[in-house]
Design a protein around this ligand. Structure first.
Ligand SMILES: C[S@@+](CC[C@H](N)C(=O)[O-])C[C@H]1O[C@@H](n2cnc3c(N)ncnc32)[C@H](O)[C@@H]1O
Length: 356
């Protein structure tokens, strides 16, 4: 009798891994897609990893389970702990699936990936500063004041130092051109206002902040970037170095507690609360408390002590059940409290359609 390849029974995890492969392909990461497909098709269900994944108690999709596995694999490769696999990782040419599986199977059969299942992937996309900064420039132009930045869901704090990076936004050059990092989204529309980007102070909050001064946490942040996105990896490594030069204040805690404790308009600055692809992860009670506090203190804002709320977030669909279209950049600025759509943009900031 000929023994074929192991053909494991399908499980919610395997279906999720195939879905993840589809999205990796659609987002331009064919190598990561290949990893997902191989795991879905060939992971031995009798290994400790196979057992845990196939009997995952939660929803594999909600828990981004496959990306926990790819993050763990990338971390091992980056640390030099899986040399046979590393030889097939980008920038090597796309490997033959059987050759890749031959290098992958022993790693998956061991225990090294298991700890990566215990926590959700955590990212911090610095290219989102290329979407936020045009919003900050709009706030600066309209108030004529320096910004006091308060970021909610700031992760490692890479978007808390937007003034340290360089930008090309349409035809406008902004920020610091000499830092070795230039954020240059594909731009559609008029240029944003050419105001000076003066930051008076900066602080952020995250439920689970990553400390870029800690080598293990730094490696973790880089491991979640897909290995076939070298530009993103390079950009993040540079942003980590720039942020670490002078760490901004990052508070560990819930965003609503931070907003209630810290958001109060002050004379001479525009108090600027902002967040990118974070609000949807806050519990409904946190979202409601943030909104209530912003409205309450917004009512006390004056032209000399204004309040801004800049949000780069997914847009709920008309029936409120899902997210429709591209994420939007919206600005609510008090004392008027007018709320405006400034832009639509790619979720990672690759493309900005400036509408203001
Ligand atoms: C998808 S990440 C986005 C991180 C960052 N804003 C960016 O654009 O790269 C969402 C962040 O929200 C944080 N988060 C989730 N719930 C939170 C809460 N209740 N309060 C504060 N931060 C929270 C997570 O820890 C995570 O770092």
């Amino acid at each position: 009798m000929m023994l074929g390849r192991i053909s494991p029974p399908d499980s919610p995890f395997r279906a999720h891994a195939r879905w993840q492969a589809h999205w990796c392909t659609a987002l331009g990461s064919p190598f990561t897609a290949q990893l997902c497909t191989l795991v879905a098709d060939r992971l031995d269900p009798a290994t400790p990893l196979g057992r845990r994944l196939d009997s995952w108690p939660g929803n594999p999709q909600d828990d981004a389970l496959m990306l926990r596995v790819t993050g763990g694999l990338h971390a091992l490769v980056r640390a030099g702990k899986a040399p046979a696999l590393a030889a097939l990782y980008p920038p090597a040419p796309a490997p033959d699936p059987d050759a890749l599986w031959a290098a992958l199977a022993p790693v998956l059969a061991g225990k090294a990936i298991l700890p990566w299942l215990d926590s959700a992937p955590q990212t911090n996309e610095v290219a989102r500063s290329g979407v936020l900064v045009p919003g900050f420039l709009t706030i600066a132009a309209e108030t004529g004041l320096p910004l006091a930045l308060l970021e909610l869901g700031c992760s490692a704090g890479l978007n808390l130092v937007p003034d340290r990076y360089g930008y090309r936004l349409g035809t406008l050059e902004a920020g610091n051109p000499d830092c070795g990092l230039r954020i240059h989204p594909v731009w559609d529309g008029a240029d944003p206002p050419a105001a000076p980007l003066a930051i008076e102070s900066r602080a952020g909050v995250d439920l689970n902040p990553l400390d870029v001064l800690n080598p293990a946490e730094r490696s973790r942040l880089l491991a979640y970037v897909w290995p076939d996105q070298p530009q993103r990896l390079e950009r993040m490594a540079r942003a980590i170095a720039i942020t670490a030069e002078d760490m901004p204040e990052i508070v560990k805690g819930d965003a609503a507690d931070f907003v209630e404790a810290r958001v109060k308009p002050r004379e001479g600055v525009v108090t600027t609360v902002y967040h990118s692809i974070a609000f949807q992860y806050f519990p409904p009670e946190t979202q409601a408390r943030i909104t209530a506090h912003m409205e309450k203190v917004g009512a006390r804002a004056t032209p000399a002590a204004p309040l801004a709320w800049l949000r780069f977030e997914m847009t709920p669909s008309a029936d409120g059940t899902d997210h429709a279209d591209a994420p939007t950049l919206r600005l609510k600025l008090w004392p008027t409290g007018e709320d405006r759509l400034l832009a639509r943009a790619h979720p990672h900031g690759k493309l900005v359609q400036w509408l203001a």
